[in-house]
Ligand binder design. Sequence first.
Ligand code: ZN
Length: 329
Amino acid sequence: MIAPGALPPELQERLRCPACRGRLRAGGRGAPSETLVCGEAACGRAYPVVGGVPVLIDDHKSLFSADEIAAGLRARGAAAGGPAPRPGRALVHALTPAISRNVKAAANFERLAHLLAAQGAARVLVIGGGVRGAGFDALLARGGLQLLQTDVVPGPSTALICDAHDLPFADASFDAVVAQAVLEHVLDPWCCVEQIHRVLAPGGLVYAETPFMQQVHEGRHDFTRFTHLGHRRLFRRFEELDSGAVGGPGMALAWSWRYFLWSFARGPLSGSLLTTFASFTSFFLKAFDGPLIDRPRALDAAAGVYFLGRRSESTLSDRDLVAGYRGAG
Ligand SMILES: [Zn+2]
C-alpha cells in the first residue's frame, strides 16, 4: 500500500489536472506546502499538496472545497490521530453488537487479488478508501500490490484527495479499481463509473459494493440505492465475472428495525438510546444472512449488492440486462 506522502514517481507521472486533464508539474517548492500546477496554458490551476498528499479537487465543480480539505490535512498533521472519542460513548459503542454483516467481501477481495496476480498486475486505485472497508484485509494480505487509497475526506491511509466525478489520472492508469460503499455517496454514480472505465487499462478489473435496502447513512452525503440489476446496468461497459448480494435480508431487517425506532426520537440522546436498544434486539438477524445470501429471494431483499467485472469495449444491452435477472419475482 502506498503510504501518504510517498507517491512513487511512475504514479506521479500519471497524475492529471481534474479540471482539464492536463499534465501537472511541481511548483511553489520552498513554500510551507508544495503545489502542483496544471501545465495547460489555458488552465494553469494550482493544487495544494499537504504533507505529501495532493489535493486534486476541481473547486469550481466539486461539492467539496479543496481549501477546507487542505486545512483539515494540515490540522491532522498538527494533531496526529485526531480528537479522542469521549470514554463513555466509546465504551457503549464497543459493547453494542453490530447489526451489519458483509458476507462476501473477504472472499471477493481474495478473488480480485488472485485475478490481479494471474494478470501480473498490481496497480489498484481505491476510491473512498479513507476508512478501511469490510474484508479489505484480504486484498492487503496478498502483498506486492501498489494500492493507492483516495478519498474526498482524509483518512489515516489516504495518499491522494480526489473527487470520483473527476479522477485526476491519465487514461488506462490502473489494473483495478475498488469502490466499496462509495457509489451511494456520489451525486452522479454513472459519471463516476465512466471515470473508472477511463482510468482502467484494457482488461482492467473493477470491484464495487453498493447498498440496496439500507437507510440513509452519513447524513446529507447519501443519494442513491441500486437493485442487483440496476447495479449491473451501472457497470454495463464491463464484462461480469461475479455479482450478487453482499449483505442479506437479515441485515436489511435489522437496519429497518433500527431506523423505525430511531424515527420516534426527538433528540440525539433518545436517538442514541433507541438505536442501542435496536442493536441489542436485532443483532442476531445477520446470522441468517450466511445461509440465505445466495438465494434468489434474498437477492430481491439484499441489504447491498456487489459487482466484480472486467473493463469491456462493448456495452451490455438492456435486453440482455433484463434476461440476467436472478431474483424470484
Ligand atoms: Zn488544467
